[in-house]
Ligand binder design. Structure first.
Ligand SMILES: C[S@@+](CC[C@H](N)C(=O)[O-])C[C@H]1O[C@@H](n2cnc3c(N)ncnc32)[C@H](O)[C@@H]1O
Length: 232
């Protein structure tokens, strides 16, 4: 079932690669390869248009992707030969255990609470082999931003409003493609590292909070936080 947000993602999906054209995927991929080392069976949660999966597949990794948006799944299938499933990270069930699970670029920020974070975490740990690695890449910006950018003549205006009371960043993006405007609204749940630790320490895992797609430790002011989890 696609709810309102995911029908919006339907519209956004077609612009996703346009506006991610100059994104530094290489840095993210180097981080993934470094952290997952010899883990060759990889699940990508919220795979979007499938860019990470495409590179991993070409490097000889066995891969599998899931995304809640029907349109993202279709776009990913154009790039990736391996299975891509339309499913929710809260409830997916695949008859496999993976060596590594990755979730890049704020997918877990789309969840609505710490309870949902824990539910998605537990579901994923059930799909991970012992000694398996999981990477959860989170947006941690607690700012009110007003950003304009332009890629090959297409314009994007992102307005973000952060509410500390509700741990949320409300994001309104206006894409101008040719002469047409498309408005996409969604919210990011912004996590507190200490509260995440309380959840993570309940499970048989080791974890660390990194930033900058490096081994640098994250803190509460880091723009991005990558949780690196190892199942014991
Ligand atoms: C910002 S995009 C990131 C896509 C990709 N991982 C990347 O790095 O470019 C977020 C993606 O998460 C997906 N998503 C959001 N919530 C989800 C959920 N509960 N289950 C599965 N996918 C979800 C969206 O449909 C979207 O494709």
């Amino acid at each position: 079932m696609i709810d309102e947000l995911y029908s919006d993602y339907y519209k956004y999906s077609d612009f996703y690669d346009i506006f991610n054209k100059y994104r530094n995927y290489n840095r993210e991929l180097r981080f993934i390869l470094r952290m997952t080392k010899n883990k060759k069976w990889v699940l990508d949660l919220g795979c979007g248009t499938g860019t990470h999966l495409n590179v991993l597949e070409n490097l000889g990794y066995k891969v599998y992707g899931i995304d809640k948006s029907e349109r993202m799944v279709l776009l990913a299938k154009e790039k990736v030969k391996s299975p891509i499933l339309q499913a929710d990270i809260l409830t997916y069930k695949i008859d496999e255990k993976f060596d590594a699970i990755i979730s890049m670029h704020s997918v877990f920020n789309h969840l609505k609470s710490y309870e949902e974070f824990e539910k998605a975490l537990v579901n994923s740990l059930n799909h991970l082999n012992n000694k398996g690695i999981m990477i959860i890449d989170l947006d941690n910006r607690k700012s009110n931003d007003d950003v304009y950018d332009r890629v090959d003549g297409n314009k994007r205006h992102l307005e973000c409003f952060y509410s500390p009371k509700y741990n949320r960043q409300i994001r309104t993006t206006t894409f101008t493609i040719g002469l047409k405007d498309f408005i996409f609204e969604h919210e990011y749940f912004i996590y507190d590292i200490k509260k995440l630790e309380e959840i993570l320490k309940k499970y048989d895992i080791t974890y660390t909070f990194l930033t900058n797609f490096s081994i640098q430790k994250a803190n509460k002011s880091s723009n991005r936080v990558h949780i690196l989890i190892k199942k014991v």
